[in-house]
Each structure stands twice: as structure tokens, then as C-alpha cells.
Design a protein around this ligand. Structure first.
Ligand code: G
Ligand code: MN
Length: 373
């Protein structure tokens, strides 16, 4: 093998086996090549040969921010920019957060190297799994009751995402949500969940559940995305829901970059009669500043507080949150209540509502129907 051949082989193999997903396309957006990672997330490797170019039915429909830049051409360094790339994979359309490198190869000719922004193999796995669940309709919802702790009265239902792998096993949420909730792609999961949630609203009309809010979990990242506010508002209109029938639990596993923008989006939802709850309050990034910056209606105290409620420090902290909620006229709910003792302590401290295995374990809708009778 000549030195040149060797060099070329090294170059090709480095991209071919790179842990990031790479796609090469030309200026007509026509895909010329994908590396192994790309084939993996788009589940192409089962369908075609490793060096095939077009059997996977992936299409780049549009690139935002695309602009010809001349600057670095002389020094043969590609210019690059971040972009949400509008893609179609077989029958599904989505946006992927990418870095696009514009590579000039001759005076008139340029190609683009698209890099899907994943930082590790776990994210790659999560992307593949999510795309696969969307494509094959393996997204379901389980429901858990939220009750008034003193009376036991049903006040809410939380819809919990349950995605299944190819073998039908539930994929633990904490294994993939934190990895992809910042991705535009995740909005497709929320859209699929909204479709599923229609069944719960049907049930709500069948049995008497007046005053009960059905909550969907959404990350602040997702809910902030352009047009997302409108999707929720259109949904409420389409189903002719009354104010307070649909609520959102705002989950966050990453720091929110633009709290101000999130606040504005959420205010629109609130004005439209969609109450907002801060999920897992007191843990991770779900902090006091959210109460200041986001127009929330209720606070769901993270389950770690239930687990240690018998300790003086924890009970003092819960008292503090109860008092903040009272002052700011926010509803409050204790999550993860598993024992009678924990429940009684919440009642004594003055937390009105609760949720947890003691009162109800999450059930799929068919099972839930029975228990609502
Ligand atoms: O972050 P969020 O509050 O949405 O998480 C809800 C998750 O907590 C669900 O997956 C649900 O199954 C789980 N969960 C609900 N009740 C309990 C409980 O009493 N104890 C524990 N450990 N987990 C619970
Ligand atoms: Mn939740």
C-alpha cells in the first residue's frame, strides 16, 4: 500500500468509525455518504450494505443558517455552523441539532459534512432508541393518581412516559430522557404522548373526574421550543378542554439557559388555562429561582424529601416550602409517598396534596379504568 493510499484509508476509517454521527451531502442537499454511527441511529445497518448510499431513505429537507462563507477557504479549513437540520427518515420527520462543516474541494465545488451533536455513545444509543420508538409506535403512557392527603380525593393524574424497546421491555426514563430532552427530536415524543393522552381525556368524559387535572411531563427545553406553546394551545382547542383540564409538569435535568424566554412561553400557556407544576422541586436544577422566574401554579416536592421526612432537617425544609407556597398562593404536592408515616407527616406539616406508591402505583389506562369505576 502506498503512503497516499494509507493516508486515505486512515482518513476514511476515522470518519467511518467515529463515535459521532457524520453525513456527507452536496449543495443540493443530496446525501452522498453516512458513517457507521449515522447508520446506527437511523437503524439503516439492517437494511443495507455498509457502503451503500441511498437505501436507508434518509433525506435532508433543509438546513437553517446555511450561508456560503468565503473566509477560510485559502487556508483549507472548513467553516462550520450549528444548525437544526430538517430531516426525513422513512415516514418520520424531525429536526436534529447538528454542526455543519462546509468543505471546499475545488473552486466551484463544495460539500458539507454534517455532524450530529452527540457527545457520547449513550446519547447515540438514546437517539437511536427514541427514533425507533417513534417510528414503530412504542410510546405509551402510564397514569398515577395525585390526591388530597387528608380526604383522599383525586385531584390530578400524572401521565408518565413509558417507552418500550424492540423486545417490549420498558426503557427506564432516567436512562434516556436526560440525554435527549434538549434535542428537538424529543418534541416528537411529546407529540406522540399528546396523541396517547387523548384516550385519557375520553375516559375523563366517561367517568366523573371534574376538577381533576391531567398532567403531562415536559422539559422546559421542549416547551420553550418555537411553536410548542401553540401545539399545546391547539390541542386544548381541538379537544375542547376546559381551563385546568390539561396541565404540564415542568421537569428539568439540565440547567435552563434562557429562563426569561421560558417564562414568556409558559405565561401564554397559563393564560390559556394550562396550569404548570414544577416537578422534582428541590432536586437537581429545579430550584427556588424557578419560582421567581416562571409563572408556575404548583410545586411538586421531589421524592427524596419523602424518603427522609422523619429527619428534622428535611421536615424543616418541607415546612419552609409549605410556607413559601402559602405566601405565593401555589399548590403543593409531596412526591414519592410510600408509607402511612410519611403521609401523616406531610399532613402535619401542612402539605395538602400527595402522590406515591402508598396511594396509587402508576397504571396503564385499561387498568386505571377499573380503579376509577
Ligand atoms: O420526575 P417525576 O416526578 O415525573 O417521576 C415520576 C416517577 O417516579 C415515575 O416514573 C414513577 O413511577 C415514580 N414514582 C411514583 N411514585 C413513587 C413512589 O412512591 N416511590 C418511588 N420510588 N417512585 C415513585
Ligand atoms: Mn412528574
Amino acid at each position: 500500500m502506498s503512503i497516499n493510499q494509507k493516508k486515505q484509508l486512515y482518513l476514511i476509517e476515522s470518519l467511518q468509525q467515529h463515535p459521532s454521527a457524520f453525513i456527507i451531502f452536496d449543495k443540493n442537499l443530496s446525501i452522498q455518504w453516512m458513517n457507521n454511527s449515522s447508520r446506527y441511529i437511523f437503524a439503516c445497518e439492517d437494511n443495507c450494505e455498509p457502503d451503500c448510499n441511498d437505501d436507508c431513505d434518509v433525506e435532508i429537507k433543509g438546513i437553517f443558517n446555511i450561508k456560503k462563507s468565503e473566509k477560510l477557504k485559502e487556508v483549507k479549513v472548513a467553516s462550520s455552523f450549528e444548525s437544526n437540520v430538517d430531516m426525513r427518515l422513512r415516514k418520520i420527520n424531525f429536526f436534529l441539532r447538528c454542526r455543519v462543516h462546509e468543505v471546499p474541494i475545488a473552486d466551484e465545488s463544495t460539500f458539507f459534512l454534517l455532524e450530529v451533536l452527540t457527545n457520547n455513545k449513550e446519547t447515540l444509543e438514546a437517539l437511536r432508541e427514541t427514533i425507533s420508538c417513534i417510528e414503530h409506535d412504542r410510546i405509551d403512557l402510564a397514569y398515577q393518581k395525585q390526591v388530597n392527603l387528608k380526604s383522599g380525593k383525586l385531584v390530578g393524574l400524572e401521565a408518565l412516559l413509558r417507552m418500550r424497546d424492540e423486545d417490549g421491555n420498558i426503557i427506564p426514563n432516567d436512562k434516556f430522557i436526560p440525554l435527549i430532552e434538549g434535542e428537538s427530536l424529543f418534541s416528537l415524543v411529546v407529540m406522540a404522548s399528546l396523541e396517547k393522552l387523548k384516550e385519557a381525556f375520553d375516559l375523563k368524559n366517561e367517568v366523573d373526574m371534574s376538577g381533576v387535572t391531567i398532567y403531562l411531563n415536559v422539559s422546559a427545553h421542549t416547551a420553550m421550543q418555537e411553536n410548542f406553546t401553540n401545539i399545546f394551545i391547539e390541542y386544548v382547542k381541538e379537544l375542547n378542554l376546559q381551563p385546568g383540564e390539561l396541565g404540564l409538569e415542568i421537569t428539568e435535568t439540565a440547567e435552563l439557559e434562557d429562563v426569561k424566554k421560558a417564562g414568556e412561553s409558559f405565561q401564554k400557556l397559563k393564560d390559556f388555562g394550562i396550569p404548570l407544576a414544577i416537578d422534582d422541586f428541590g432536586a437537581g436544577y429545579s430550584s427556588l429561582s424557578y419560582l421567581r422566574d416562571l409563572p408556575v401554579d404548583s410545586v411538586k416536592l421531589d421524592k427524596v424529601f419523602s424518603q427522609t421526612i422523619s429527619e428534622k432537617t428535611t421536615s424543616e425544609l418541607i415546612k419552609f416550602v409549605v410556607s413559601v407556597c402559602d405566601t405565593l398562593s401555589l399548590q403543593m404536592l409531596g412526591e414519592g409517598i410510600e408509607t402511612e408515616d410519611q403521609k401523616q407527616r406531610f399532613i402535619d406539616i401542612g402539605c395538602p396534596n400527595g402522590q406515591g406508591y402508598l396511594m396509587h402505583r402508576p397504571e396503564f389506562l385499561d387498568e386505571l379504568k377499573g380503579s376509577l369505576g
